[in-house]
Write a protein that binds this ligand. Structure first.
Ligand code: IFM
Length: 443
């Protein structure tokens, strides 16, 4: 930190991120196939607000306007995801040219605007046709996913250099197959075990195939990670926190970065086949980190893992998630200590109760504080040797927040869902200044 405040390195990458289902809309246009999220949202009772991503922010039709807006806001890089069924409607076999064209045009538009396009290959949009064959519980998905990855790398690899293979496999496995809260809505422990393993095999095969196809790509993956703290400094609580850490974090970190599962996965019955861990253990160019909050853990012998996640009486976002910027620092330092990868923070942000004021502005000072405090924490870690190369705000615009529908707003840009008008919030201008100055003043 110098006198005027925080200055990130010259080559630090400042970006924003989104995902296809959350912003695109056009759910059944131009040959797109159905995804599990289309089916899930169209099934009454699954989404609290009854919303769906059918129209979302209509980005599919308004992408030029959105890229222009990002350019005006000085955004340097944009992480977006590909909708698998938009490009391969049934997940395997026939390719939908119109779907590929959409992403090619988006990439061209971004490149012309001087914004670096970056891709999440999978942000939860499993083709419904593959789900009907077992989805992530079926081992055949590994090949289908690798073929899809190869297709995208060969179609867009000339212009897109940064690729994150899977966004938040923990959420896919946990919320999709264990609690059933998210699509495809399955609640079954065996399915969860299979899905979590096949996701990591698919990720490994995809990385391998993409490297063979386009050797110049920078390939990684994106994990949602939660630093875990014992409620009290007792042996029981410390061990309980370590178990939750294995379940939420190491279950996905260790197979990728060490070629093994943590002991808890074995205890719970996960039995990889011979050779599997060589597939999951691929060299990566970066780890994408999504950080939102922490876990505080209490020993509880009545719970299956002997552990319970508790909440302190601290400030929370509209999601009910504790605001804990220090967790960003702790998480990054822990990643350095145990794995030491190159890191991009691929998602960080907060949902707040944004209101359009009478003069048409949105004064989201709470979001500015949130982003600023997290960036200070990230900066400290960077200064202490974490190989942090960039930071992406979730999200450039308000969007479809899964089972919360449109009720939670994470954007730097406000969306009026009646008119689909885009209104940059105060935080968008703050972020523009931060990017321009490569940091901010602390006074
Ligand atoms: O909106 C989600 C995103 O899809 C994945 N990461 C967390 C965000 C906020 O909940």
């Amino acid at each position: 930190m110098d006198k005027i405040g925080i200055r990130f390195p010259e080559d630090f990458l400042w970006g924003v991120s989104t995902s296809s289902y959350q912003i695109e809309g056009a759910w059944n246009e131009d040959g797109k196939g159905e995804s599990i999220w289309d089916r899930f949202c169209h099934t009454p009772g699954n989404i609290k607000t009854g919303d769906s991503g059918d129209v979302a922010c209509d980005h599919y039709h308004r992408y030029k306007e959105d890229v222009e807006l990002m350019k005006e806001l000085g955004i340097q890089a944009y992480f977006f995801s590909i909708s698998w069924p938009r490009v391969i409607p049934k997940g395997e076999g026939k390719v939908n040219k119109a779907g590929l064209d959409f992403y090619r045009h988006l990439v061209d538009e971004l490149s012309e605007a001087g914004i670096k396009p970056c891709i999440f290959l999978y942000h939860w949009e499993l083709p419904q046709a593959l789900h009907e064959k077992g989805g992530w519980t079926n081992p055949n998905i590994v090949r289908a996913f690798a073929d899809y990855a190869k297709l995208m790398a060969s179609e867009l690899g000339d212009k897109v250099k940064l690729w994150a293979v899977i966004n938040e496999p923990q959420v896919v496995a946990h919320a999709g197959y264990l609690t059933g809260e998210f699509a495809p809505g399955i609640r079954d422990f065996e399915s969860f075990l299979k899905a979590s393993h096949h996701l990591q095999l698919a990720q490994g095969e995809a990385i391998r195939t993409m490297r063979d196809t386009e050797p110049n790509l920078k390939i990684g993956t994106t994990l949602n990670l939660y630093p875990c703290y014992p409620l009290e400094d007792t042996k029981e609580d410390r061990e309980a926190a370590a178990r939750i850490d294995e379940f939420m974090n190491r279950w996905y970190l260790d197979p990728l970065l060490k070629g093994e599962y943590p002991p808890l996965a074995k205890e719970m019955g996960l039995r990889p086949d011979p050779g599997d861990m060589e597939i999951t253990h691929q060299p990566i160019d970066f780890l994408g980190v999504n950080y939102y909050t922490r876990c505080i853990v209490k020993y509880d012998p009545r719970k299956p893992m002997g552990a319970r996640i508790v909440q302190k009486n601290s400030p929370v976002t509209e999601m009910g998630w504790e605001i804990y910027p220090e967790g960003m620092y702790d998480l990054l330092m822990r990643l350095k200590r145990d794995y030491d990868p190159v890191i991009y923070i691929t998602e960080n942000g907060g949902a707040f109760d944004d209101k359009v004021s009478k003069n048409g502005t949105i004064q989201d000072d709470d979001r500015i504080r949130f982003l600023r405090d997290h960036l200070v924490a990230a900066y400290r870690a960077l200064k202490e040797g974490v190989k942090l190369k960039g930071y992406f705000v979730w999200s450039i615009m308000d969007n479809f927040e899964w089972t919360d529908g449109y009720s939670k707003r994470f954007g730097l840009v406000y969306i009026d869902y009646r008119t689909l008008e885009r209104i940059p919030k105060k935080s968008a201008y703050w972020y523009r200044e931060t990017i321009k100055n490569n940091g901010f003043s602390l006074v």
